[in-house]
Design a protein around this ligand. Structure first.
Ligand SMILES: [Zn+2]
Length: 152
């Protein structure tokens, strides 16, 4: 069985390690450098009530102390999407803003690449008062990447 998560330009095939390459897609929330798929984690803190907070994507070496974590592949895969949804369904997530941010980074195509440019694009009036939903749609994210990113 071959499963393609084709929304990242077919870069991920969870049954095939050779093609399961997310190197350089994600930036570390601690040091800002590119993350390779054997070196990345999704981490979060658990409060004294068992609620999950402060979701971050980091390198192994950058993992904050006293956090829970899963390997980035386990968060980025199709199964990872289910895992993240289950956290919410079970009532484990106390900090929806940081959960939603990492969920979009993993599972909204092109979001991670457009993300660093969104503040400038908003400042420039690039979205002309568009709704949050409109800003997050694929056409809009790709337009931001084209306008502000990929200068090579
Ligand atoms: Zn780092």
């Amino acid at each position: 069985m071959r499963i393609h998560q084709n929304h990242f330009q077919g870069k991920v095939n969870i049954d095939n390690k050779e093609e399961n390459n997310m190197d350089g897609i994600f930036k570390c929330d601690v040091c800002g450098a590119d993350i390779n798929n054997d070196d990345g984690f999704l981490c979060w803190r658990e409060d004294y009530n068992g609620g999950y907070h402060d979701f971050k994507i980091t390198h192994r070496r950058c993992l904050p102390k006293d956090t829970l974590d899963i390997n980035i592949e386990d968060a980025y895969s199709i199964d990872g999407r289910s895992k993240l949804i289950l956290m919410v369904e079970r009532g484990d997530v106390a900090d929806f803003a940081s959960w939603a941010e990492v969920f979009k980074r993993f599972h909204t195509p092109n979001y991670e690449e457009a993300r660093p440019h969104l503040p400038q694009a908003k400042k420039d009036g690039f979205f002309e008062g568009a709704s949050d939903e409109a800003i997050l749609n694929q056409e809009s994210l790709l337009a931001v990447i084209q306008q502000y990113g990929r200068k090579d």
